[in-house]
Write a protein that binds this ligand. Structure first.
Ligand code: XMP
Ligand code: MG
Length: 180
């Protein structure tokens, strides 16, 4: 535990087991196909690293950084590409690896952008899904867990760049971000 965490949602062991299950699904679905895991920085760096180690299909990794959230907890609705892919996605089978699918604004815009660049296919793999907050019609193909609308950190996810290194997924105490 950590003094700023209200409760642990998913322990380190639970997350690893679930990530392995997602990888198993991907291995089945992409048998005979080469995939590109697109790690959406920074929140999905640990998820991508763990997921990739359970994949047995031919896999390459690329990285992208887009912003929709500033340093706070409210979505702005638009994205800005801060770091682009290193390789051309044209003709590739992409799996966008995200930490949280929340309003959907980020992945909706990103998916359209990459389709425009002629990716052969695009699927979304998200560790967490907050369907109650969706503003865009977009769904993930692979979902670790559905979560309620509370701010979560750990396993790559942050508040003001902190807590990414916690090995579990937990809910932050509202007092930490100025709540009650
Ligand atoms: P949208 O709303 O565009 O946003 O789907 C997805 C991005 O928002 C971040 N996000 C969170 N990050 N704890 C976090 O650490 C949260 O509870 C949370 N909710 C949304 C996340 O980085 C994702 O990439
Ligand atoms: Mg993020």
């Amino acid at each position: 535990m950590h003094p700023d965490i209200e409760k642990v949602l998913f322990t380190e062991e639970e997350v690893h087991q679930r990530v392995k299950e997602l990888a198993d699904q991907i291995n089945r679905d992409y048998a005979g196909t080469e995939v590109v895991l697109v790690c959406i920085l920074r929140g999905s760096y640990i998820f991508t690293a763990d997921l990739s180690r359970y994949l047995t299909v031919p896999t390459t990794i690329d990285f992208m950084s887009v912003s929709s959230y500033g340093s706070g907890t409210v979505s702005t609705g638009a994205i800005q590409v801060k770091k682009d892919l290193s390789d051309d996605p044209a003709g590739k089978h992409l799996i966008l690896v995200e930490d949280i699918l929340d309003t959907g604004n980020t992945l909706f815009a990103l998916k359209n952008l990459l389709l425009h660049r002629k990716a052969a296919s695009i699927r979304i793999c998200t560790l967490l899904n907050k369907p109650s907050r969706r503003e865009k019609s977009i769904n993930a193909d692979y979902v670790g867990y559905e979560v309620p609308n509370s701010f979560v950190v750990g396993y790559g996810m942050d508040y003001n760049e902190h807590y990414r290194n916690l090995p579990f997924v937990g809910v932050l105490k509202p007092s930490v971000y100025g709540g009650e």
